[in-house]
Design a protein around this ligand. Structure first.
Ligand code: TYD
Length: 216
């Protein structure tokens, strides 16, 4: 069985940079690594992703949003994550069930029990061994996300979620921090204002114990 690690955080918290850095270190140590993300890691997921993130009018209802993220996740777990873990690989997943609890729960106000049931159904109980939570104040995060969009030059990359008001993003952060406080053994909170090298080093310290090999 491989090792399942998820990376969570608000917009602009640097999840992709951390994942790239971690994958490079783990591969140099001889691990087989699968980097994946939600939503949109499968063919079906890519279709769902475009519905979920684009500004469509009228926007999907909150419950529709919950079902679409769950559908994406069910396909992702079955098609990508479980097979990779069964093959002994390290899976680094950009967002997973805790994003649903933070965005649809903390952000949109959907009942926590309902979301936990949906997460359980979609994943058939598969939980990450470690959640790396990149923590950052939402103003800084949104500024970073906005700069990234402008650099990429595609108006489309500004998603429905990024366009939400600051208070929404503050609720996401509070919810992520509360989740981390409720499961301190599984979450590692990482200060996202640190340099990419420091983020990778601190995450590696935390996940070393999960891996079969030690630091070479
Ligand atoms: P993405 O561009 O992948 O964002 P990021 O680069 O910040 O990961 O867009 C994914 C968006 O979907 C992000 O705003 C968070 C949101 N989301 C949810 O609302 N619920 C979920 O369960 C997941 C997985 C993502």
């Amino acid at each position: 069985m491989g090792t399942f690690i998820t990376i969570e955080g608000i917009e602009g918290s640097g999840k992709s940079t951390l994942i790239r850095g971690l994958a490079a270190v783990l591969e140099s140590w001889g691990h087989e690594v699968v980097c994946t993300r939600e939503p949109g890691a499968t063919e079906i997921g890519r279709a769902l992703r475009s519905i979920l993130l684009k500004a469509v009018d009228p926007a999907p209802g909150t419950l529709t949003e919950v079902f679409l993220f769950a559908a994406d996740r069910a396909q992702h777990v079955a098609e990508v994550i479980r097979p990779a873990l069964a093959a002994g690989k390290v899976v680094l997943c950009d967002r997973y069930t805790d994003s649903t609890l933070a965005y649809q729960g903390g952000g949109r106000g959907v009942d926590r029990g309902l979301l936990e049931t949906m997460n359980e159904l979609a994943t058939s109980g598969l939980k990450p061994e470690r959640v790396l939570l990149l923590d950052l104040d939402p103003e800084t995060g949104l500024r970073r996300a906005r700069n990234r969009c402008e650099q990429e030059g595609t108006g489309e990359s500004w998603t429905r979620f990024e366009a939400e008001e600051l208070a929404f993003h503050q609720r996401l952060r509070d919810c992520f921090l509360a989740l981390a406080a409720s499961e301190p053994g599984r979450f590692q909170i990482i200060d996202a204002t640190r340099s990419p090298e420091e983020l990778v080093a601190s995450a590696m310290d935390g996940i070393l114990a999960l891996l079969d090999v030690s630091r070479p």
